[in-house]
Design a protein around this ligand. Structure first.
Ligand code: NCD
Ligand code: ZN
Length: 400
């Protein structure tokens, strides 16, 4: 696109640019961003000009479950991507543990087609580990990477020869026991399960460990030289929340004790680590089953950016760190032209009011999963608008 092509959505005001806030004009030329000075005209079809807001690069979430197909009672790519937009997220990578499972070339094709039809943000699909290296080869064309679950640890040889991204759920089954007691899963699913699982990947070239929940896990990932992500819930919540909120706070890996939570946050602040939500919605009736039977997982897309912005407002982390962890580094990991408000990158950005404080009331969520372990918490930062590839997709409560 040349700079002469008409502008779709523009923004005039404060933007996050090269590590700091500055005044500028954002223009979208087709799907691509053009950044101009504050005096440049915003001659766009739609021009956002709102005092008190800042434009950030759109968030990139490398671990979500949009469900769909036979799990559409939990979530589908339409409701999941509406939740993403509400959370300032412009690109997501979807996990393959669906029904049917995305571990064959046929099912991957089905999944990608469904995402193509229903997603309002950029949606990418991970493939599950299939039965043969031939299938890995076929699937690597459509998938953004492969996801390895603990149940796949005994067939890692299938991935030999694959040079792309392998995202691993690190919980070694030998160190994992379920506790029927809310609050106790932090210990029955041992913190040792993370480093023990990671050790199995020592000979891999490119691995990314997801939802690392313990300092033990972070140290092992760093020791092996692999990247990792942490979730907002492991950074902010503890097993005491599981004790109180029971199924609504049940998740794998479990919420940890306060000492581990605090140390995880400390290590994350010192390091170049990614934030991902593990947005894992289930129907409310599933979460109302007795504690041993309710499935682990809860939604996260609508609380993630505000929970990070709350840490920013409390002076715990810089805005630069928020953008790096939830936009720049994940975009780089997936090889996307996202994560920076610079000319030539995709025109995908989010406009937030940093001075707005709101209470988490999950019945107002866009996800089908209208509950949250963050329920009742006051969070800072309200997403006012989200633009994806130059198109306004969300503005002030409305979707386009
Ligand atoms: C995940 C889900 O619901 O798909 N749940 C979770 O607690 N993270 C599955 C899983 O990762 O075990
Ligand atoms: Zn998950």
């Amino acid at each position: 696109m040349t700079s002469r092509s008409p502008c779709g959505t523009g923004y005039k005001g404060t933007i996050f640019y090269k590590g700091e806030l500055t005044e500028a004009t954002l223009l979208s030329r087709g799907e691509v961003l053009e950044v101009r000075g504050p005096a440049a005209p915003c001659d766009c079809e739609v021009c956002l000009e709102m005092g008190g807001t800042v434009a950030l690069p759109g968030m990139v979430d490398i671990h979500v479950h949009l469900r769909g197909l036979l799990l559409s009672h939990k979530e589908d790519p339409r409701t999941g991507s509406r939740a993403a937009l509400r959370g300032g997220v412009v690109a997501v990578a979807d996990m393959p543990n669906t029904l049917p499972k995305v571990n064959t070339p046929e099912n991957l094709k089905l999944k990608v087609e469904e995402l193509g039809k229903k997603c309002l943000v950029d949606c990418y699909a991970y493939a599950g580990v299939p039965g043969s290296p031939e299938e890995v080869k076929l699937m690597s064309r459509l998938a953004v990477g492969f996801k390895v679950y603990p149940e796949d640890y005994d067939k890692l040889h299938v991935l030999e020869g694959y040079e792309g991204l392998v995202v691993v759920h690190p919980e070694h089954p030998d160190y994992v026991k379920e506790s029927p007691e809310p609050g106790e899963r932090a210990f029955s699913r041992s913190p040792e399960a993370e480093p023990k699982a990671m050790e199995l990947f020592r000979s891999f070239k490119k691995v990314h460990f997801t939802h690392v929940s313990t300092p033990e896990g972070v140290r092992k990932a760093k020791d092996l030289g692999f990247s990792y992500d942490v979730t907002p819930h492991h950074l902010l919540l503890t097993n005491e929340v599981e004790r109180r909120k029971k199924c609504k706070a049940k998740v794998n890996p479990p919420l940890r004790d306060e000492a581990r939570r605090a140390e995880l946050l400390e290590l994350f602040l010192e390091d170049e680590a990614i934030v991902a939500t593990d947005h894992a919605p289930h129907a409310i009736w599933e979460k109302e089953l007795p504690f041993p039977e309710c499935p682990p997982g809860f939604p996260g897309l609508e609380t993630a950016l505000p929970s990070l912005l709350t840490l920013y407002k409390r002076g715990v982390m810089s805005l630069e760190k928020v953008v790096k962890a939830y936009s720049e580094l994940p975009a780089d990991l997936l090889g996307l032209r996202l994560g920076r408000l610079e000319s030539g990158f995709l025109a995908s950005f989010t406009v937030v009011d940093l001075n707005s404080r709101w209470r988490v009331e999950p019945w107002e969520f866009e996800t089908k999963a209208k509950y949250s372990p963050f329920e009742g918490m006051e969070l800072w930062g309200e997403v006012v608008a989200t633009v994806v590839r130059g198109k306004m997709r969300y503005f002030a409560g409305e979707f386009y």
